[in-house]
Ligand binder design. Sequence first.
Ligand SMILES: [Zn+2]
Length: 344
Amino acid sequence: MTAYDFGPQHPLKPVRLERTVELLGACVGGFEAIDPGTGSVKDALRVHSLEYVETVRTLSDDASVMCREEMWPWGFGTSDNPVFEGMFEASLSYVSGTVRAAEEVRDGATLAFGIAGGLHHAQRSRASGFCVFNDPAIACAVLRERFDRVAYIDIDLHHGDGVQALFFDDPTVMTCSIHETGKRLYPGTGFVEERGAGDSAVNLPLEPFTTGDVWLWTFENGIMPRLRAFQPQAIVLQMGTDPHFLDPLGHFQVAAQEWLEAVKLVQSLGLPIVALGGGGYELSCVPRMWASAVMTLSGVEYDDAIPLSVPREWGMTTFADQDLPLPRNYGRRDAELVVASLTL
Ligand SMILES: [Zn+2]
């Protein structure tokens, strides 16, 4: 998984995963990350075309077989998705972690994590937004083998466009996403009007600089009622940490503890959960937010202080943020309009 690396200039850094695992190891006695194995093409083909999967394999082995212009229709050869050697195997290993987690829940577990996963932008035949294979969509497909109705919940800063597109015509998978508005941010989609078959797509686009109190209010009043009405039997939760106010890619003003409250709301549904990672590019935030989500969902109590065995140069002293971004309640009026328009 740590070989999934677009290079030193790219914001998606494998060290995010290493530090999360190390932090969890420092907090939870007996914590162990399970090696899910190398991953299978068969799983990738649950949501991707054979042509695309084979193209990923070809480019991974030898990028010189195509010029940049030939790569573009497949989503590669861009600054977001440069090709790297071993990309195929690394991408499949992400799939593997998520599939292993989804299979655990399909087979009866109430909770499983695939913290490397959450690559929600990949499309059926195109890489996008740092995402090669759409593991959250694959998780939904795995869960559908047992459950009649599956909900996908996406709290990443960005719209979960790939998952939405892959299930847009399928009323048995509800996709819910709260994100910075596509008018201002990649991928430029995720508007309220995108509703899917049987209203199974729920989108809550918010304005830049929306504060965490408003973000959480919107999640609670926009997504939760729709989820309860849909009555899902299992959940795939994408836990991108990039809504955080320190994240360099977006403009939300969400604190770690406000973000965690959304995770708790999902937990309060009392349903089986496959919890995945996602975006998040500020290294002093990602590990502590994912570790706090893993421990909270698992019912592990923990001190707010980060254990002293964790290197101080990682920039983390407490799980919660000490100072909330000010002023509070920013973006409330726009958020109310979004929630109201959902019900129209
Ligand atoms: Zn994101």
